[in-house]
Write a protein that binds this ligand. Structure first.
Ligand SMILES: C[S@@+](CC[C@H](N)C(=O)[O-])C[C@H]1O[C@@H](n2cnc3c(N)ncnc32)[C@H](O)[C@@H]1O
Length: 233
């Protein structure tokens, strides 16, 4: 009989992982801490493409708008979005390690006055008013209840979320294998894939209509779901 995998809390997991993960995905692969992460980093063009595409799709909706990024990591988009004319940007992440780097990143920025970061889990957040609430790579790590909460607290504004769409594909099989080898065999905290029907059902439970969907082959099984018109990328 195999040993049961010990439960791990998200903050502990992300405090240990987030900076190495970001460096391997967004910088030169050589910055990655392990050979497995280096391989994953080398094929992470889809994540770099996702970030640039999110920026392009959000850009027309940003001027004058309050932005809230959930699971912001080290806040790589904060300065660029405020430079596009956002009223302000507020980044929230469960990892203090990520938020410390995010604050360092913008400390000397000309936009610093309009940027704020906060440590917190999405489950504890109150309603976010008329903000445009967005996330990249967060939904994969949330429970159904947390996804419902994110959609509910964003109801007064607009939303834009990246989701890993569940599909039968070689790419997703490789991703599952990578997750298993990298950490899934040692802990029970692994990313989820969502069918679009699950997202539509979650929206419906919150009283929201079906979303718009953006797909692109370079994002592999990543999609954006939003109530905004998605053009510009
Ligand atoms: C895959 S990383 C994505 C980081 C960044 N958004 C990006 O695309 O580069 C997921 C992020 O979500 C954060 N996160 C995970 N669960 C969370 C939760 N329940 N509440 C807030 N942040 C969470 C993690 O700390 C991590 O920074």
């Amino acid at each position: 009989m195999g040993r049961p995998t010990p439960p791990i809390d998200p903050q502990t997991f992300w405090d240990a992982k987030i900076l190495g993960w970001e460096d391997s995905r967004y910088q030169a692969p050589a910055a990655a801490p392990t050979w497995l992460e280096r391989i994953a980093g080398g094929v992470s063009t889809s994540l770099r493409f996702r970030q640039e595409t999110a920026l392009a799709l959000l850009a027309p909706h940003v001027p004058g708008r309050r932005l809230v990024e959930l699971g912001c990591g080290s806040g790589r988009l904060a300065e660029r979005l405020t430079a596009l004319g956002a009223a302000d940007y507020h980044g929230i992440d469960v990892s203090p390690v990520a938020i410390a780097r995010a604050r360092e990143r913008v400390a000397d920025s000309a936009q610093a006055r309009r940027i704020g970061f906060e440590v917190g889990g999405v489950a504890e957040l109150p309603a976010l008013g008329d903000a445009l609430v967005f996330s990249l790579g967060l939904f994969d790590w949330l429970s159904d209840a947390e996804i419902g909460h994110v959609l509910t607290i964003g109801r007064g504004g607009a939303y834009f979320h990246a989701v890993a769409e569940r599909q039968r594909s070689i790419q997703q099989a490789i991703h599952r294998l990578y997750v298993h080898l990298a950490y899934g065999r040692r802990c029970d905290y692994v990313p989820r894939y969502h069918a679009l029907a699950d997202i539509t059902a979650a929206l419906d439970r919150c009283g929201l209509p079906p979303c718009r969907v953006y797909r692109h082959p370079k994002m592999r099984f990543g999609i954006f779901v939003s109530d905004l018109p998605l053009s510009g990328a």
